[in-house]
Design a protein around this ligand. Structure first.
Ligand code: CP
Ligand code: NVA
Length: 306
């Protein structure tokens, strides 16, 4: 594994190994601190979009592992505008030991990876959010012990977060159901890749427009914003279309009694999730946010440790 761009292109055993490493690094951190296996290593963090969790967890993670990180916001780099992506990748490779990038077009991370001589990590693109999915499965594993045989239900937009969650669930033996309004389904290419991975691991994938059907018997109920970064002009239309897809106490009462509620955050409380659910007994959203740190340490160590 040279880069970390997309869970569909990793093997199940690579993902399982990352998850085990995340569990180990979290335990190590909680038992007094991580060994400085990334001493003197610098992560360059390229952001074309805003971030709280991704930015802070990567920077803190590098510091816990003995290294450091540099933040490069949209004003500094002008990725593909001030300078070509290939040139940015080659220049940065001379200064830093790894690049984490949050971009609009997914092609921008694949192009960084093509030209960089150091590992590239996808910190969210319009197509996928694989770092998030690793934190998600770590959180599910902590709650249920093992993953195989669980059912994950995603309610809302068939977006980047949903895509990576589908791939992670399919790789790791969890059934996946998704309820989206018509016109907001995942792209057919993603559905085919997800179904292919699920067939390989013997799990089910259910596509529906009915949230109640998706959550039936589910151990995990997951939602994300109805309006992703870059879609702000569609806000009014999306809020109207997605209103029946809110994760509220009625909906979770139809899931498994021990179901947990996850959300990658930031949450738009009162839209895709209600306050009583986000702050209620089923919610693990803040454990999930913390797990970004631990899951990403595993990715950093795997790609960057000498
Ligand atoms: N979940 C997530 O990626 O959060 P940020 O956008 O704050 O990084
Ligand atoms: N789907 C959201 C996730 C934010 C972490 C977005 O792309 O804006």
């Amino acid at each position: 594994m040279k880069h970390f761009l997309d869970l569909a292109s990793l093997s199940t055993s690579e993902i399982e190994h990352l998850l085990q490493l995340a569990v180990h690094l979290k335990l190590e951190w909680e038992s007094g601190g991580n060994r400085p296996v990334l001493k003197n290593q610098i992560l360059g963090m390229v952001f074309q979009k805003p971030s709280l969790r991704t930015r802070v967890s990567f920077e803190v993670g590098m510091k816990h592992l003995g290294g450091d990180a540099i933040m490069l916001g949209p004003q500094e780099i002008g990725l593909g505008k001030r300078e070509s992506i290939g040139d940015v990748a080659r220049v940065l490779s001379g200064y830093v030991n790894g690049i984490m990038a949050r971009v609009f077009a997914h092609q921008h991370v694949t192009e960084l990876a093509k030209y960089a001589s150091v590992p590239v990590i996808n910190g969210l693109s319009d197509d996928s959010h694989p770092c998030q999915a690793m934190a998600d499965v770590l959180t599910i594993k902590e709650r249920f012990g093992s993953l195989r045989g669980l059912k994950v239900a995603y309610i809302g937009d068939g977006n980047n977060v949903a895509t990576s969650l589908l791939y992670a669930a399919a790789h790791l033996g969890m059934d996946f159901s998704i309820a989206t309004p018509e016109g907001y389904e995942m792209p057919s290419r993603v559905r085919e890749r997800g179904a292919g991975i699920a067939a390989h691991s013997g799990t089910d994938v259910i596509w529906t427009t009915h949230p109640e059907q998706a959550v039936e018997g589910a151990h995990v109920i997951y939602t994300d914003t109805w309006v992703s970064m870059g879609q702000e002009e569609e806000t009014a239309a999306r809020r109207a279309t997605f209103a029946p897809y809110q994760v509220n106490s009625d909906l979770i009462s139809q899931a498994h009694a021990d179901a947990i509620v996850l959300h990658c955050l930031p949450a738009h409380r009162g839209d895709e999730i209600t306050d009583d659910v986000a702050d209620g007994p089923h919610s693990m959203i803040f454990d999930q946010a913390e797990n970004r740190l631990h899951a990403q340490k595993a990715i950093l160590v795997k790609l960057m440790a000498p």
